[in-house]
Design a protein around this ligand. Sequence first.
Ligand SMILES: Nc1ncnc2c1ncn2[C@@H]1O[C@H](COP(=O)(O)OP(=O)(O)OP(=O)(O)O)[C@@H](O)[C@H]1O
Ligand SMILES: [Mg+2]
Length: 273
Amino acid sequence: MTVIPFPGPSGPGSTAEGTPLLRLQNVESAYGPIKAIRGVSLQVQRGEIAAVLGSNGAGKTTILKTISGIIDPRRGSIEFQGAHITAADPAAIVRRGLVHVPEGREVFALLSVRDNLLMGAYTRSDADAVARDLELVYAYFPILKERAAQDAGLLSGGQQQMLAISRALMANPELILLDEPSLGLSPKLTKEIFEIVVRINRERGTTILLVEQNANMALNASDYGYVLENGRIVMEDSCERLREKDDIKEFYLGMKDAGVRGERRWKKKKNWR
Ligand SMILES: Nc1ncnc2c1ncn2[C@@H]1O[C@H](COP(=O)(O)OP(=O)(O)OP(=O)(O)O)[C@@H](O)[C@H]1O
Ligand SMILES: [Mg+2]
């Protein structure tokens, strides 16, 4: 495998060995009267891929929106690189090196692929480094180079997911929050996207927190996992150990009673696009 030397951020703000890069303590967020997440505590270590697994409505997206400052939590605290970012301005959080790839990608449909990528670098003033990162992103996803001048809205769903991840990389982030990268993609494309996410983590050293309904892909790609049900974390462990747990096999991987794939298989609930 060729190693792409993507220069990750370093220097001020780097945390000491052992301090989690991201720490949530007792976070609660609500939409009016609806409490979407309650007492959520989790940690992401520098350099790892962490996953939050959960079914529809469990609160996965709410966790990511709360971290990136889109939603202010009612309670609890969020620390990134040792600094409090609880309810901070989303743009300030991006400047600190924490970037969110939203559910459903949300690319700028009427801008070209290249301009979408440059939008990802809007917080940066180092033009030469931005130009280098553009080439490095194209090395991860050559199709984006081929389509650089085309409107992003004309890309396929999978290509738009590649663009959304690449746009996040253009901010030169320390941590990427990834909301359901598999959503609406075929199993083959999902596998390809996950492989590149793992490469970005290994080669560039980018820490990743992803949320997924596709437990199989998430558990294989990640180092550490949290299971979210009804807004609460009900289980956490290394992904290696989570893969062996009976309730995970039964409910999240659908391996128990292989012939009786009943309604509990939440993976069936989401439609392909
Ligand atoms: N804007 C909103 N207004 C009111 N309720 C909301 C809003 N967004 C989410 N919710 C509710 O908050 C809860 C958690 O939603 P969230 O989107 O975080 O779940 P999720 O785990 O990301 O689900 P999915 O897998 O379907 O994306 C759900 O009960 C949902 O109905
Ligand atoms: Mg969601």
